[in-house]
Design a protein. Structure first.
Length: 338
């Protein structure tokens, strides 16, 4: 027994030391991914707290508030049109208990005048634009804006038509495949393998297992984006007050396991961006960025924009050396002009 331990201890120690070193220096084994965008400000459903979700009006408002990425969802109408809508059934959004796939595009009802914000219960949104747009309209209006498209249904025709539109408008590198389903994500990748794509929940669990076993630095990762929730918002959003105590331990455990600065730093060093959803309060914005995430997905684009102005200004004031080269150069030029 003792001779076995004599060899086992240095082997495990060597493995732990190597894993730790490579976690800090992933470039030794992996080429860094180079996405053409880096997203700090992400508008969930276009900013569902300030305008009616997934409308051109919402996307316009998000863009006016300097969003880096529009997040939206797609479905297919009866006549084969790709429309932007979170739900397939229109009861919540439009008050009609029908499915989009059973209605022609020209017959789709408008959204309700007000909608409750899904991730901020008790808060309502409204807006003049209540029309469900075509995905093609969104591409035409925002040709350069990165867009995250979630495919919710396992529909080969929908996946192909989304991919065809992405190729038509030459936005492959600026459009992210998103889905919570492994089979759907597999089909998305088969249809257009050049588009960046996110970790599915199952792949996210595997990511955590690799991290805690020390294997992560050795394993290649094909995904370009992590999109996950911040556990501390779960009780507040999903559970009634009388269930908070019952779920508090589970949420705290998830928070300890998932919110790891070293994990986020490693992923970003490999060019994998980390987004947390759906955060709608400044205290959550602050906590997320303190953990070192790439970006935040919110229902309130103007609130996040104001926060980022204060937060990033404060970061530059505390450590001027962390400014991006372009920003530092611009500041230097302004000083010379003065």
């Amino acid at each position: 027994m003792l001779p076995s331990l004599y060899y086992l201890v240095p082997v495990l120690g060597g493995y732990a030391a190597t894993s730790y070193y490579l976690l800090k220096n992933p470039h030794i084994l992996h080429r860094k991914k180079r996405l053409p965008f880096n997203c700090r400000h992400i508008s969930h459903r276009g900013g569902a707290g300030e305008r009616i979700e997934n409308t051109i009006g919402a996307f316009d408002n998000a863009t006016a508030n300097h969003t880096d990425l529009l997040e939206l969802d797609c479905h297919l109408t009866k006549d084969g049109q790709v429309v932007v809508s979170h739900d397939d059934n229109l009861l919540r959004q439009a008050g009609h208990d029908v499915n989009i796939c059973d209605v022609k595009y020209e017959d789709l009802p408008q959204y309700k005048e007000t909608l409750e914000v899904t991730f901020f219960p008790g808060h309502m949104s409204s807006g003049h634009d209540r029309q469900m747009p075509l995905l093609e309209e969104v591409f035409q209006r925002f040709p350069e804006k990165p867009i995250n498209i979630e495919i919710k249904r396992d529909c080969d025709e929908l996946i192909k038509k989304v991919s065809d539109l992405v190729k038509k408008y030459q936005r492959t590198e600026r459009t992210i495949w998103a889905s919570t389903s492994d089979p759907v994500m597999k089909k998305c990748r088969q249809e257009n393998s050049d588009m960046p794509f996110m970790f599915t929940p199952r792949r996210g669990i595997i990511l955590l297992v690799l991290y805690y076993t020390g294997l992560l630095p050795f394993v290649p990762l094909p995904e370009s984006v992590v999109e996950t929730y911040m556990p501390s918002i779960i009780n507040r959003t999903y559970f009634p007050h009388n269930q908070l105590m019952r779920n508090r331990f589970l949420v705290r455990l998830q928070d300890k396991l998932m919110m790891r600065k070293s994990l986020f730093k490693h992923l970003q060093a490999r060019g994998i961006q980390v987004y947390l959803w759906v955060l709608n309060q400044e205290s959550d914005f602050q906590r997320a960025f303190d953990y070192g995430v790439t970006g935040i997905m919110t229902d309130y684009p103007s609130k996040l924009h104001r926060f980022l102005q204060k937060y990033e200004g404060g970061q530059r004031a505390r450590d001027p050396e962390t400014q991006e080269p372009a920003a530092a150069e611009e500041e230097e030029q302004q000083q010379h002009r003065c």
